[in-house]
Design a protein around this ligand. Sequence first.
Ligand code: BTN
Length: 321
Amino acid sequence: MKSKALLELLSDGQVHSGESLASRLGVSRTAIWKQIRRAMDEGAEIATIRGRGYRLTSRLDLLDRDSVLECLAPARRGSLFLNVLDEVDSTNAEVLRQIPAGAGKIPVVMADCQTAGRGRRGRVWQSPRGENLYLSIGLTFHGGFGVLDGLSLVLGVAVANALEQLGVPEVGLKWPNDIFLPDGKLGGILVELQGELEEGVVQVIAGIGLNVHMSRTEGVDQPWSSLARACPEIEWSRNQIAGAVIDAVLDAVPVFSDLGFRDFREPWQRRDIFKGKSLQAKGGEIEGVGCGIDDNGNYQIQTTDGVVPVRAGEISLRVMQ
Ligand code: BTN
């Protein structure tokens, strides 16, 4: 965001003259005026007070690397290679590019907006500036691709834990790993794999998108929710949410690496939004009632012929209308 420094100065909610802003930023008053226009075009609410200057009239939730670090468990801060960007094509793509520079640390990328945000199944993930959380974490696993079974569900449980810790009630999970609130989808997780670099070493990129202040809905084709809409009494900070999500994911990963999916089954089932619902899978070939996941993270449907498992990544489940 070109006007980020300006917005930081205005974020105290006081009136600032064009002259003082210009001198603090080392630019002309005309440049300040242009930046004010641009910031307003990008959604900031700024009042012009005649003869006095400019005042920000709504709260801004700016991304800030130091604030994210402060929200993390202290022991974790030094282990991350954290990049907080203004704009990027996709934070998942950026994590992959950052791995060589990370010197063995865990690469984490956040951005204020994505120009080519990716969703599951090749979909576009709408990523408007300043409104939501776009976060990717690079995770390394040993033991080949086989050890990853159930990982995407584990990530869903971790994100749900983080949100509950921040005060969000009724966080649901839609198999395999969509994050739901009662009024619609709150976020999603995109797990991308990088081939085995050394024998048995697998690089996973966990991309997490959460609707925080989302107001624009062009291109969103299903009921959605946002944290600000579901919990308006909380003053949402994307830095704080990021800290909680990063901690929760990085707490869950070693447990999953050591013990596998087992310990995550119950916390996942508890939040299953398909449980007891009439479902279709494989384009209608399988019909029945949702009855949770098995030990490997497959979704199970109770059909008239018995329980049928549906494998993650293969089929999308639909609630029958
Ligand atoms: C889904 O389709 O539900 C998954 C959406 C995942 C979106 C996130 S936003 C951060 C990361 N970067 C991307 O390009 N996608 C993921």
